[in-house]
Write a protein that binds this ligand. Sequence first.
Ligand code: FPP
Length: 258
Amino acid sequence: MAAAEKPPSADAPRDAQGAPALHVAIVMDGNGRWAKQRGLPRSLGHRAGVEALKRTVSAASKLGIGSLTVFGFSTENWSRPAAEVAELMALPKRYFETDLARLHREGVRVRVIGRREGLSGELLKLIDDAHARTKDNTAFNLNIAFNYGGQADIVDAARRFAEDVAAGRRAPSDLDEALFAGLLATSGAPPPDLIVRPSGEQRLSNFLLWEAAYAELVFQDVLWPDYGEEHLRAALAEFAARDRRYGAIVADDVLAAG
Ligand code: FPP
């Protein structure tokens, strides 16, 4: 295997829960086009997307990734036809029914992030059960962004802070980046190192806007239902070749400047 293709090693840094620290986020895009290319209804594209999610979770864990955050339903997806929204709402239920027990056995901590408003009581119960059942798992973190929007999440966090100020629990001067990050749906999780978007589109589409500050972005020309280990390996290879500086300059430049 070429150096750039090497997955993160087993002795890579660990997060506070003991899982490997590398965090990859994916915009699972292209289900509709995949279905259209085959003359199938969009619903079958979404179902094939769930199979791609299963393959990708296994591949991510095998390749030494510690956390995977996937975009399953955006706050903007409510504007799709009612039948498609109903199909999308049914996916996590089906996924948890068929896969949660196995994920739990494999040590996966499952978290669903996003607004609760608008989700059915049945789905909320499944989400709460999945959280409660897997909360102490440390082998791998699977975060499913569902009814999630980066802007909505920032607005919700700002509102919570404003309410705390109005109630006298906090002062405006308390606010800094760390405190604000703690008010977001992703609170407690490391920010993504790498955000991947398949399907050829090159935008974030309201995914993890705050958290993406220093993420590397990789865009891939594959529709999500076709996604699997080889595509994740290719994204990691591209990530490994990047030079992450977090606004600083590289060591060689420091030496040259001195
Ligand atoms: C965007 O593709 C994808 C979605 C809106 C849904 C993604 C959801 C899954 C892949 C399954 C999620 C599984 C769980 C368990 C939540 P699109 O439909 O916009 O595709 P298009 O751009 O080709 O039309």
